[in-house]
Write a protein that binds this ligand. Structure first.
Ligand SMILES: N[C@@H](CCC(=O)N[C@@H](CS)C(=O)NCC(=O)O)C(=O)O
Length: 103
């Protein structure tokens, strides 16, 4: 059951558009794969905060892995693109999300 670990649902598609606490909008795209425990930690934060994220699974779609590698020189997940700028490290990603979206 590839892609169904941890979260209970496949993480793909959807809009990455969000309005931040300051009223500005931001587009969020998470490069991930679902058996990655660091990705699953980030999913929990996303769910808790109710953030809209477009998911790109680098194992189910090789073009996503190629795109991540081409832009960043790495194929490590999770990687959150914030308006197109990559952020690695699950702890940094969760901290950033909480800083922007925690009410
Ligand atoms: N310290 C990183 C660790 C991320 C990490 O090790 N990710 C693994 C997947 S669980 C990875 O992308 N490994 C490289 C690969 O699978 O090609 C974080 O917390 O985000």
């Amino acid at each position: 059951m590839f892609g169904l670990f941890g979260s209970g649902k496949v993480r793909q598609g959807g809009s990455g558009a969000n309005v931040k606490a300051d009223g500005s909008s931001v587009d969020l795209v998470l490069y991930k794969y679902d058996s990655c425990p660091f990705c699953r930690r980030v999913y929990r934060t996303i769910d808790q905060l109710g953030v809209n994220v477009e998911y790109r699974d680098i194992r189910s779609d090789f073009t996503h892995r190629q795109a991540l590698l081409a832009k960043t020189g790495r194929a490590t997940v999770p990687c959150l693109y914030i308006d197109g700028e990559p952020m690695f490290e699950s702890a940094d990603i969760m901290r950033w999300l909480e800083g922007q979206f925690q009410r």
